[in-house]
Design a protein around this ligand. Structure first.
Ligand SMILES: Nc1ncnc2c1ncn2[C@@H]1O[C@H](COP(=O)(O)OP(=O)(O)OP(=O)(O)O)[C@@H](O)[C@H]1O
Length: 272
């Protein structure tokens, strides 16, 4: 699916300073200015972004497309697995071919792990999409062509088999937002609802949302609006509405999940 959403600048991604710098240095610059001399290594064509749900992996993928001046094609691996293996493989190949037809292009494949067999379906439908994926990543469907960057995302990196993992030459951990970033995400989301918190209220909300992803912060604001009966009520969202919503929306990633991302990052992530 061609994503014609608004451009995403680095500043639109709250926090993630070192990660944004690494993506710029390792991907954006080499791809925008490929080395001119013969025999030099080709810039990377694949990158894996892994981390908790809602941590901003797709947002960073969209940002990479903007920075590269590239068209963005988006696929959800789960929707490929749904119609059955043959149809899913055709969709996958069509997406790679479409990306090749419009260079420079970023092909963003979300929830990559959904292509892997689960315990329930064994080696059935979803599992058999692996071979076409690997073939496409190896250039069979045009991924190797200059001008196409494949960005894969997953919240279950440990579920990736070795073959898939190795096709993604750069692997970056997209961690949960820190306090400062949560404050920025909340402020932006609340401003859209006409809600302005005092510094003290914002600090309390930042404190109360430790462990929330960007996606969960968005859900919190939506829940607060729904709980307050907005937009039926003709008043802006208040701190009380948000406090009430905090009782209903919480972080999904457990400390154990976060530890396992750190461990996987140490083993396979960039810079380790
Ligand atoms: N650092 C951030 N700055 C601004 N917005 C963010 C940030 N992180 C997440 N968001 C917002 O939270 C929502 C979820 O983000 P996104 O879809 O990029 O997460 P994801 O990691 O790809 O999630 P999933 O694993 O579920 O596919 C989006 O609306 C996104 O804009």
């Amino acid at each position: 699916m061609l994503d014609c959403g608004p451009p995403v600048q680095w500043a639109d991604v709250a926090g993630q300073g070192p990660l944004k710098a690494a993506l710029e240095e390792e991907l954006v610059w080499p791809l925008l200015r490929p080395p001119a001399y013969p025999g030099s290594p080709r810039p990377p064509r694949t990158v894996l972004l892994f981390g908790p749900r809602g941590a901003g992996k797709a947002l960073l993928g969209r940002c990479l497309a903007t920075q590269l001046g590239a068209s963005l094609l988006r696929l959800r691996a789960a929707s490929l697995a749904a119609p059955g293996a043959a149809e899913g493989a055709r969709l996958l190949q069509a997406a790679f071919a479409a990306a090749r037809c419009r260079p420079p292009a970023v092909l963003l494949i979300s929830e990559l792990d959904a292509l892997l067999p689960t315990r329930e379906d064994g080696a059935a439908a979803a599992g058999s999409l692996l071979a076409p994926l690997l073939a496409c990543l190896d250039g069979g469907c045009g991924a190797g062509a200059d001008g196409v960057l494949v960005v894969g995302t997953t919240s279950r990196p440990a579920a990736l088999d070795e073959a898939t993992r190795r096709r993604f030459v750069l692997r970056f951990y997209v961690a949960l937002p820190d306090g400062t970033a949560r404050g920025q995400i909340l402020q932006r989301a609340l401003a859209q609802q006409g809600c302005v918190l005092s510094d003290r209220e914002l600090a309390a909300l930042v404190q109360g949302t430790q462990g929330f992803s960007g996606g969960e912060l968005g859900q919190l604001c939506q829940q607060a609006a729904a709980g307050a009966g907005l937009p039926g009520l003709q008043r802006p969202l208040s701190y009380k509405d948000l406090e009430a919503a905090l009782a209903k929306v919480g972080p999904r990633a457990t400390p154990k999940d976060l530890d396992s991302y750190v461990e996987w990052d140490k083993m396979y992530g960039f810079g380790h």
